[in-house]
Ligand binder design. Structure first.
Ligand SMILES: C[S@@+](CC[C@H](N)C(=O)[O-])C[C@H]1O[C@@H](n2cnc3c(N)ncnc32)[C@H](O)[C@@H]1O
Length: 274
């Protein structure tokens, strides 16, 4: 079974990588994601950078969007640890030659120090067991005054209205606990400070929906409920009853669900020895 919370760290090992491709396609079609992505591009300010690194590029849509904002002599290098993602992204990019694709691990970026003017990662560190290492790699490969932009959710902020309180608590907790780094959102500002970055900005971005069908897709609610049952968080009856309660709540206009992600910006100081 492919779970969205734990499967993005090993897409190439999946029997059906299409699950991950279609999840990314759904998310990038939603206004919330389009909106914070646009803000993250503004923070990166690609017109001021000529060499940009996109870490964990997925299907490559963001790398292409950034490439459209930069000058002729500039380029975006998009890296991902999944060969299947990189292949999809490369095919989708058509003749866009200002995006270069590369297979690589965020924790061991295959680039020399200060090779880029800016680096961005979007919902990637949550899938990495050592997100601190991945972030310090991003800092290493960016030069003086280099711009770093990262957006990550914090799954401790995940709330659902509609089911029994204790069951909803167990379900949201399980979802967060099955990400390699489900609390990355709250850790991220500290990472920027520990690396000595300057001009740090932290912007909370809250997603909400009252549409159960959408929540099922975005938060993998049905698979997650079955997993909660298998892992002993809840009984089979509780899991099924909870999903039924959510459907009833949805029919009566009471279903609600939300989480907060954090968009964080920082700049590498001039004269930095990192
Ligand atoms: C949730 S997707 C986000 C993709 C893209 N940033 C977006 O916003 O649509 C996470 C991506 O990170 C990649 N990934 C996971 N672990 C990685 C690692 N250690 N190094 C590089 N990429 C990784 C996955 O293959 C996947 O493409």
């Amino acid at each position: 079974m492919d779970y969205l919370s734990s499967g993005f760290s090993k897409v190439d090992g999946s029997q059906d990588p299409g699950v991950f491709f279609s999840c990314l396609q759904t998310l990038c079609s939603l206004p919330y994601f389009q909106d914070y992505k646009k803000k993250s591009f503004q923070l990166l300010n690609p017109t001021k950078c000529s060499r940009i690194l996109e870490v964990g590029c997925g299907l490559g849509g963001d790398a292409t969007a950034i490439a459209e904002m930069i000058g002729d002599r500039s380029y975006v290098l998009a890296v991902d640890s999944s060969r299947k993602m990189i292949e999809r992204a490369y095919k989708a990019s058509g003749n866009e030659d200002s995006v270069l694709y590369c297979l690589g691990d965020a924790c061991k970026l295959p680039f020399c120090d200060r090779a880029f003017d800016g680096a961005r990662a979007d919902r990637v560190l949550q899938h990495i067991a050592d997100p601190r290492k991945a972030f310090s790699e991003m800092v290493r490969v960016v030069g003086e005054r280099g711009r770093l932009v990262v957006y990550e959710p914090d799954w401790g902020t995940f709330i659902i209205n509609g089911g029994q309180r204790e069951i909803s608590r167990a379900m949201t907790r399980l979802f967060g606990d099955t990400f390699p780094s489900g609390w990355i959102g709250r850790q991220l500002p500290g990472f920027f400070r520990e690396e000595g970055l300057e001009k740090i900005q932290v912007k909370p971005e809250t997603f909400t929906t009252d549409d159960l069908d959408l929540a099922i897709k975005v938060f993998d609610l049905i698979n997650n409920a079955h997993r909660a049952e298998q892992m002993g968080y809840v009984s089979k009856r509780q899991a099924e009853g909870w999903l039924e309660d959510l459907r009833k709540a949805n029919n009566h206009g009471r279903f609600f669900c939300s989480y907060t992600g954090f968009l964080v910006y920082g700049e590498k100081p001039a004269g930095s020895l990192i």
